[in-house]
Design a binder for this molecule. Structure first.
Ligand code: ZN
Length: 429
């Protein structure tokens, strides 16, 4: 039998026992190793001995991105400096970056988790994995690369962009898997067709990282390339990097690696658990991370838990796809709008493509206005544009309770991106 990277828990109780052990270890480790955490725990009146059940998680204080920035350059460090074998940094755009430290064991755990993602996506040692994400101080390249080598598949580390080389390797090396952002996947899918390469390549799967994608966009990519399947890989630098879960071939949700971290979904305002199935902020606590453990770290990512078990039979729990970040949330006339909601709405309208932009402005009457610019799907007859426009406006009004104007564009009119797409243009201040 091939080596498996899946944990072998018989049932949820078995998993919870494992989580409690990890939680106890993490709190004692952070308390003893990090002056920052010791102060935090003391201020909250908790000691490692107070952690007796998983419910005791609630007594622990939160950690935030601000704590990471204030602890620059080695925030949350809970081991002696000599045990750190690598650092990675997040792609923060303002101020100091978040830098996270790794021990040799942390890297080992991360690559096992990433190999598990590839295993869940059905990859084997026969696969050839073309990795078109950023390499360097970011976690993406290293994660995809070393996870692939850990599984034993062939890694082809092209990096992002470089469309000519990407196309050449898809043909010459017969890559079976492509790893990239959703925007890059769409660009590649269109390029492969433009260059007439579809019959010359052997691409079966795409693994998408680090960017939300709508179902319309995914369907488009899948059709253009004739793929068997596509997967979403979540992850953030603070929590090792990408590779902390994957949606399996049933696509009923993202299985997350609950043997490595505990996930809470909390209301970002009250910091109390949301009701079952409601959207809230992901808050994570690591169970075996040595160099920079996370205790109730507020990720700002929004999603919901999926409580129904997956029909694939794997008992690892699931969360829904990431709906956006609480920081990306737009407040328009008192209504909270997450970009993920717009993806969902456009995907539900048959005439629409995947690309859109939101433009916000404040007019002379002092009120805020939103205009959505969205592309129709490829090959659609454009004589009913006025009807489509009405449909988009009506759907947005009924789903998110805010009125907006719509501009319907031709397929291909809006810009494509090699990295993350820019979709929100807030011109209000
Ligand atoms: Zn499943």
């Amino acid at each position: 039998m091939e080596k498996t990277f899946m944990p072998q828990f018989k049932n949820m109780d078995h998993l919870f026992d494992h989580q409690l052990e990890g939680l106890k270890w993490t709190i004692a480790h952070a308390y003893n190793g990090s002056p920052f955490y010791r102060e935090q725990f003391k201020a909250a009146g908790v000691t490692p001995l107070d952690i007796k059940s998983l419910y005791d998680l609630e007594q622990l204080p939160f950690t935030t991105g601000k704590d990471l920035k204030e602890g620059y350059p080695f925030p949350l460090l809970s081991v002696p400096q000599k045990d750190v074998v690598r650092i990675h940094a997040s792609s923060g755009t303002t101020g100091k970056r978040k830098i996270l430290s790794y021990t040799a064991k942390d890297l080992d755990v991360w690559f096992d988790m990433f190999a598990r993602c590839y295993e869940m996506a059905g990859l084997t040692r026969e696969d050839r994995v073309q990795i078109a994400v950023g390499y360097g101080v970011w976690t993406a390249g290293m994660g995809f690369q070393l996870g692939c080598e850990r599984l034993g598949a062939m890694a082809i580390p092209v990096g992002p962009g470089n469309i000519d080389m990407q196309c050449q390797f898809l043909v010459d090396l017969q890559s079976t898997v492509l790893c990239c952002t959703a925007s890059m996947a769409l660009l590649m899918a269109e390029e492969v067709n433009k260059r007439g390469l579809k019959d010359k390549i052997n691409l079966k799967k795409i693994i998408l990282g680090s960017e939300r994608s709508s179902s319309a966009m995914r369907t488009k990519i899948k059709d253009l390339l004739g793929l068997e399947d596509m997967f979403d890989i979540p992850g953030m630098t603070e929590l090792y990097g990408p590779g902390t879960g994957l949606d399996c071939h049933k696509h009923e949700g993202i299985h997350y690696w609950a043997d490595k971290y505990i996930l809470e979904i909390l209301n970002p305002d009250t910091l109390k658990p949301v009701k079952d199935g409601e959207v809230g902020e992901m808050v994570v606590t690591t169970l075996c991370k040595e160099a920079s453990p996370l205790v109730r770290y507020r990720t700002r990512d929004l999603t919901r838990k999926i409580s129904a078990p997956c029909s694939c039979g794997n008992i690892l729990p699931m969360h829904d796809k990431i709906m956006g970040r609480s920081d990306d949330m737009i407040i328009l006339r008192g209504v909270n709008i997450y970009p993920g909601q717009i993806d969902e709405i456009l995907s539900s309208i048959a005439e629409m493509g995947s690309e859109y932009q939101l433009h916000l402005e404040r007019k002379d009457d002092g009120k805020d206005y939103m205009t959505i610019k969205a592309e129709i799907r490829q090959g659609l007859d454009t004589k009913n544009i006025e009807n489509i426009k009405l449909k988009v406006k009506k759907m947005i009004q009924s789903k998110i309770m805010v009125s907006c104007d719509a501009q319907i564009c031709d397929y291909g009119e809006l810009p494509r991106f090699e990295g993350k797409a820019k979709r929100i243009f807030d011109n209000r201040s």
